[in-house]
Design a protein around this ligand. Structure first.
Ligand code: ADP
Ligand code: MG
Length: 727
């Protein structure tokens, strides 16, 4: 029975390093070669059409049929020259991965021949069969179908798969009644919202600012394990994480992996991944080991959010494809191994103006720092006011295992800003009324002149905070490694935009009341600093003291997804999300329904997998061993070695105890599942969380005990040490 494990071990141990070749030595020679980007547009479109397209993308000017046809023709020519045979509208449904439906370029023409065709209408709009994508009841399957619509702000690209090449066109996915069915549509709305709100605030400081872009740099953590070992672990195959497995003698105590060099086989994988990323114009810059054994991280340079998120989605795809070539399997799950660090996706987030200013970059000019502080304080206030909503935005079945597990930020939302900025805010808070003088006097009195352009605590910054200021950006670290960042970013963009709108209204009112602009700004900020103080935390976010302290401060600590998601539907959240036009009421409720359903399904799958593999793999191995012991005991007795055989009786009994406990708990878990399945989505999710999931740890405990008792060569599943240390 354990044969598969040993075949897999042999395969894993004897792997060679796969050769990796780039299209050219210099990255700049092939960077973006598979992207229909600005350069390609320029050379494949007439200059008139190129200008029109730019105007459409930058200023929202209309896209007429002639322009759509011209762009489609240019894309087709460009793609056919590169050996592309199919095109697809590429979109991000709520299932958590990307979706494609490939159509061939050719169409039948006269005389049984075919012609390659691609019209503007096919570029702009398509109808995938949407009935199988989750929509939370927005549309019944018998209703009119949804459609995908071209997003011209994210360039089309070619996906290579062996010799097959497909042109992918980024799109939003919408129902005919106008409801968004994907991640991109609300993201684009939230980006337009924050552009408008932040630009309006920038007018206080710089009239040249006409646009503000939110920026995103994603640090993606992941595990790599050998493909053969992966397939010998049915729990990994079914649920993306191990449902049992005893912690290895050597875990991550030594932290030697973090500082160690990257193993050659992994290095080849990373190189290959980078080459594929560069071809697609994904600016992957850093690669390194992470804290846990076999855990790694890669991060591209930040980009405008819509593009950065498309790139992250695409990156997750190619990570898996490239892994196949290297006989690895990528684990993007938030917590593939109990007792070992989980994986996150740090979202580095900031705001940049069309004039090239990063609004979260302190400068050496005191006056400019009032602008920095304005955005800085408003963001803190936004997080304070909407902490539960922000928590909801990162909720998922996988992330529940990670948040608060003493190695990831806790489920308590807080903001870390560092010592220096704490001092600045303290000074601003405690300074009384100020008079405005000429020059920089006011800024000096407020301590605003003391903000250094480069913050000292950049290196010793707090790693335990879910939302940390890191010198010139905020880092939202609580996002799960498998998430589509859009879920978190829609909320972040929207709460900050909402806050900026309120700020602007308050300051304007004070200015109208006769206050000088700068004084009004400072006065409002001072109030915000006072009001939002509870959300600021500089200490150790992993500690038990923080859990207590946070409770005293009135901060929420919502540990599970079904309860976290409830925050989406509070009156306050509706005001922010629906009030700002990001979702309609129907969309918001549907989305929460999809997320709850998703959660219940994930736990259901894990529960089934855990039950099955415990019953028909773990228990049979234990019984096989037990039979050997019984035979042995009998033999000893026959030889008259009675005392020695007594010894074995204990072992035999222990095995039975664990086997019985597994059987009893699996049976009870099945009953709990049956009861949960009878409920409506919300209660079903809660029941899976509170009535089904608690069995996991109990069953696992006994299976892991068996793993320790059963002889190594009889155990069917690759062990943690094999999964984590063979590379
Ligand atoms: P770390 O020390 O966390 O590795 P880095 O400076 O390498 O910090 O940045 C991590 C990520 O943050 C990278 O993806 C980087 O491009 C991104 N980043 C840097 N500046 C910004 C910014 N202004 N907006 C968004 N992301 C940014
Ligand atoms: Mg970082």
């Amino acid at each position: 029975m354990s044969r598969l494990r040993f075949i897999a071990l042999e395969q894993a141990a004897s792997r060679g390093i796969v050769d990796v070749a780039a299209p050219s030595k210099k990255v700049s020679d092939y960077y973006g070669m598979n992207v229909f980007g600005d350069e390609a547009m320029k050379s494949y479109l007439s200059s008139d059409m190129y200008k029109k397209l730019k105007a459409h993308v930058q200023k929202g000017e209309t896209l007429d049929e002639a322009l759509a046809d011209a762009v489609a023709a240019a894309m087709k020519t460009w793609a056919l020259e590169r050996g592309v045979t199919h095109y697809t509208h590429w979109f991000q449904p709520l299932t958590g991965s990307t979706a494609e439906k490939h159509d061939a370029f050719f169409e039948p023409s006269d005389n049984g021949k075919v012609l390659e065709k691609f019209k503007g209408s096919a570029l702009v709009r398509q109808e995938p069969d949407a009935s199988s994508f989750p929509s939370g009841g927005i549309r019944n399957t018998f209703e009119a179908r949804g459609y995908t619509a071209w997003d011209p702000t994210s360039p089309a690209f070619i996906i290579e798969n062996g010799s097959s090449k497909t042109l992918c066109i980024p799109t939003v996915f919408v129902s005919y009644t106008g409801e968004a069915l994907d991640h991109k549509a609300p993201l684009l709305k939230s980006l337009a919202l924050i552009d408008k709100a932040a630009t309006a605030v920038c007018e206080y400081f710089d009239k040249d600012v006409t646009h503000v872009y939110a920026t995103l740099g994603v640090e993606q953590e992941y595990f790599l394990i050998d493909r053969a070992l992966y397939f010998a672990r049915p729990d990994l195959v079914m649920s993306g994480r191990t449902l049992f497995g005893h912690t290895p003698a050597k875990g991550q105590q030594l932290e030697d992996h973090y500082f160690g060099s990257i193993p050659s086989r992994v290095r080849a994988y990373m190189q290959d991944l980078e080459i594929e990323a560069y071809k697609l114009g994904i600016p992957l810059r850093t690669r390194h080991n992470e804290v846990a054994p076999s855990q790694f991280e890669c991060a591209p340079t930040f980009e405008e959010i819509n593009l950065a998120n498309d790139h992250n989605q695409l990156l997750m795809d190619i990570m898996e494809k490239v892994a196949e070539r290297h006989n690895f399997k990528v684990l993007l799950h938030e917590k593939p191994f109990a007792g070992i660090n989980g994986s996150g996706k740090h979202n580095n987030w900031s705001l940049a103006t069309n004039t090239g200013v990063n609004l979260l970059q302190p400068t050496s000019k005191a006056k400019e720092n009032l602008q920095f502080l304005t955005f800085f304080v408003n963001i803190i206030k936004a997080v304070y006011e909407n902490a539960d909503l922000l928590r909801a935005s990162i909720a998922s079945a996988g992330n529940d295992f990670r948040l608060g597990a003493n190695e990831a930020p806790p489920a308590i939302m807080s903001v870390f800003i560092g010592e220096q900025l704490t001092e600045v805010l303290d000074e601003l808070e405690h300074n009384g009324n100020i008079k405005i003088d000429k020059g920089d006097n006011m800024y000096m009195k407020l301590g605003i002149d003391k903000i250094p352009p480069i913050l000292l605590d950049n290196t010793d910054r707090n790693r335990t905070s879910p939302f940390a200021f890191t010198g010139n950006k905020f880092e939202f670290r609580a996002v799960g490694s498998s998430a589509n960042c859009a879920t978190a970013l829609v909320v972040l963009n929207t709460i900050v935009a909402d806050q900026l709108k309120k700020f602007k209204a308050e300051v304007d009112a004070q200015i109208e009341g006769g206050k000088k602009k700068e004084v009004a700004i400072v006065d409002v900020l001072r109030e915000y600093i006072k009001q939002s103080k509870a959300i600021r935390f500089e200490g150790n976010g992993y500690s038990d003291e923080w859990v207590e302290e946070a409770a005293k401060r009135g901060l929420s600590n919502i540990k599970t997804t079904p309860h976290a998601l409830e925050a989406y539907l509070s009156k306050k959240s509706r005001q922010v999300l629906v009030g700002n036009g990001i979702f309609s009421e129907v969309e918001l409720e549907a989305r929460v329904d999809v997320m709850l359903h998703n959660y219940a399904l994930k736990v259901q799958i894990e529960s089934r997998a855990l039950g099955t593999f415990a019953m028909n793999q773990a228990i049979p191995s234990a019984l096989e061993f037990q039979n050997k012991l019984i035979e042995n005991a009998r033999g000893l007795k026959e030889l008259g070695l009675k005392e020695e055989s007594e010894h074995l009786k204990d072992l035999i009994k222990d095995l039975s105890r664990h086997v019985n406990a597994i059987k009893t708990n699996v049976d009870a878990m099945i009953e709990a599942r049956k009861a949960a399945n009878e409920l409506d989505t919300h209660h079903m999710a809660i029941a899976y969380c509170e009535k089904v999931k608690p069995f996991f740890d109990v069953i696992r405990y006994h299976v892991d005990k068996l793993e320790l008792m059963v002889p190594d060569d009889m155990w069917p599943f690759p062990k943690y040490r094999e999964l984590l240390f063979i590379k």
